[in-house]
Write a protein that binds this ligand. Sequence first.
Ligand SMILES: O=C(O)CCC(=O)C(=O)O
Length: 257
Amino acid sequence: MNDEYPLTPQQISNYQRDGYIQLNDVFTGEDLAAFRDAVEAGVKEDTKNLDPNRVKGSYEQIFIQCVNLWHRYPKVKPFVLSPKLGRIAARLMGNSVRIWHDHALFKEPHTGAKTPWHQDTPYWPHQQKMHQLTIWVALRDATIQNGCMSFIPGTHRMFDIEPVNLGDPQDLYAVAPQTKGIKPVTCELKAGSVTIHNGMTFHYAGPNRSDGLREAIAIIYMPDGTTYSGTGHQTTDPLKLSVGQRLDQPIFPLVAN
Ligand SMILES: O=C(O)CCC(=O)C(=O)O
């Protein structure tokens, strides 16, 4: 789990050009099994009191989302804070990186709705928005049938687009007409492989039409030195930060230089 992933200069420049990249076999064998078991156990515990027959709102139909599992589950923590993932993030970003947060994203069989096209960084209370990135780890195979990720290359350079409301999305071309004509790329992943996207890159995942859960955990990194913008977010609201304050509190640990 702590070995160095052999990221090549070509992969780094492809990521910087396209705003996303796929890396295969980042976790394999016992490490993959331990990571998956730990996240599955955390999601099970977090959701144990939910009524399976409840009426789900439109956001909840997209996926079961459990934020910051690493805070609550000691077996998840070494994976989320792993130097291996941190080094990948730091090399792609070209900066020291802090954890912004993690979230397990489990799309339920048959009922899991699509994840609409969106950019991430506009949702976050950060004053700098260019370099945040997400490592999205497939804990089981992610396929077109069960809702793997797609990306629109180059859209990480498109700023000033209104954030998409995931629960009530508008058509992509209404929100971002400048994406017309750019062909999306869909990335099927074997379990243990990852996609990595810049927080400004438009991405999407289809509905889960399979019989099993689509199980992924997304770990989000921000450059060391990122400062607070003052807008609301569940991770920063309890901290009572001032606008302009650095996000360097213990819940945002530095994981790689
Ligand atoms: O897992 C999904 O369906 C979407 C994930 C996503 O939007 C993200 O990781 O930023």
